[in-house]
Structures are given as C-alpha cells and as structure tokens.
Design a protein around this ligand. Sequence first.
Ligand code: PSU
Ligand code: MN
Length: 307
Amino acid sequence: MPPAPPEAPLLAPDVAEARAAGRAVVALESTIIAHGLPWPRNIELALALEAAVREAGAVPATIAVIDGRLRVGLDRAALERLGRSEGVAKLSRADLAVCLAQGGTGATTVAATMIVAALAGIEVFATGGIGGVHRGAETSFDVSADLEELARSPVCVVASGAKAILDLPKTLERLETLGVPVIAVGQDDFPAFWSRSAGHPAPLRIDAPAAIAAAFRLRRRLGIAGGQLVANPVPAADEIPHALLAPEIEAALAEAAAAGIAAKAVTPFLLERLRERTGGRSLEANVALVLNNARLAARIARELAAG
Ligand code: PSU
Ligand code: MN
C-alpha cells in the first residue's frame, strides 16, 4: 500500500472504529494545550478532557499536526510533546498546509481544528472559548480566523462563548454578519468565558442537546455552509463574576499594549497575565469550563449519531 498523502488525516484506531460504526466522536483542539495553559496543568487537562468525553459516551479525538501529519486522536507521547510546547507552532487556517508541507509540528486553533474535524467527518468539537474581535480592532484589524471558519466548516463548536479579553459586542455582530448561529445553552445571555455573562444577550437559545443536534442537521440539509457556536456558560460554582474580572482584563490589556504584543501572541499573553493577576483563579475557571463543554459536546455528538 502506498503511504497516505499528508493531507489525509491519520485517525487513531478508536477514532477510526467509531467513525466507521457511526458512533459519537468529539474533536478537541490542541492550541489550548500548547499555548493556552501552563505545563503541567495543560497535559492534565488534555487527559481529563478525553476521560470526560469517554465517560459521557463518545470517543475523543484531539487534533494536531505531528511531524508533518494531520493527526486525529493523539497518543500520550504526542500529547506530552504539545504540553511541553517546544517547537510547537500555533496553526490556524493560514498555517495548516505550510506546516504539513514542511514536515512541522503544530497545535491547531479552533479554526484549524474545525477544518481537520470536517475532513475526518467529525461534527462536534469542544473547546474553551473561540477567538473573536479584539478590542481596538477598528485600528489593529485583529479579528480571529475562528469567526470566518465558523461560517465555512460544518462543525458544531461547543465553547463558553468568546474570551472576555475580546470585544464581545463586536464579536457577536461579526458572527451575525457571517451567518453563524450563536446558541446560548441554559440561559439567555452570551457567556463571557470565565464569567457566565458580561451583560450581552445571545441571539439564540436552545437548552436540549437533541434540539441543538436537530438544528445542525437541518442546516446541513439546507446546504448552508458553516457550523454552529454552542455557547455553554461556565458552571456557576467555578465562575469569576465579570465585575470582579473586568479591571484585571483592563490591566492585562494595558500590559500587552505596553509590551507591544501582536498577532498570534496576543491571546496566549493575555491568558497568562490573567492567570497571574487572579492568583490562578482564571486558570481554574478555564479548566472547569472546558471540561463542562466536553461533556455537553459528547451529548450533542450522541444525539447526532443516533440520527
Ligand atoms: N480556549 C481556551 N484557551 C485557548 C483557546 C481556546 O480555553 O487558548 C485558543 C483556541 O485555539 C482559539 C485561540 O482558536 O485560543 C484564539 O487565538 P487567536 O485569538 O489568536 O485567534
Ligand atoms: Mn489575532
């Protein structure tokens, strides 16, 4: 058999089996591991996420590029490599093909994970918070490629909204323009990552996983490109109220501006500064919300698999 071409995703055996049998699979991203959380919490979370998806009755598929191959479902060695983050690029839509062509290793963002999940036929993906429109985007033009991807790739992304370091009203406006359904779960407000709300209503609300799955199925049948953003708030016990966090976010943003942080480095820098500024509380909230999203993603994936 000739070797598979680099663009063919290499599925882990349990992922391949689940796909072939039409069973529920949940994609997980790797930028959160390599660039979102510090070692060793990142690797602990990566493993806990996979366990949470399994416990909820689906097969986890963490996605990354390892030595020039698209991998869907990672072994322990690959996860550790990402966790140590040495020589691990941050890959978005723009970077994926270049990294493969050069035989490189990289962690996939929400945008790149959606592309690979769609290639592998995986319909549901869990993460922490999507990228969005940065504050000051009217001069910096810094808008995450995650937003455009939600309008293109047919994947249901379960996230706690967009990170509150962003301009949330502008992010919601952009998603509306792009035709992305933004569906809050269990509440009317758009979740603000570490906080359940920052005072912005979500355009849509659906509470039942089966109804979220039904909406996704119908979008595909209508031939409308793109996915859905399923906006699942952080559990109440783990949230940092927005009023408490807002001044810390302002301070972290000022630090980023003073240090001249730009492009791909902005989000990792702000996450790390907030962790320090909150004495680790933002990290704990981040871990809790991603685990909660993985569980909901598994329920939606099971509904989709059930047909
Ligand atoms: N969720 C988290 N932590 C993260 C991310 C999501 O809890 O670090 C990552 C995702 O990979 C997302 C990226 O695509 O942050 C956004 O990066 P940017 O703002 O540079 O587009
Ligand atoms: Mn950006």
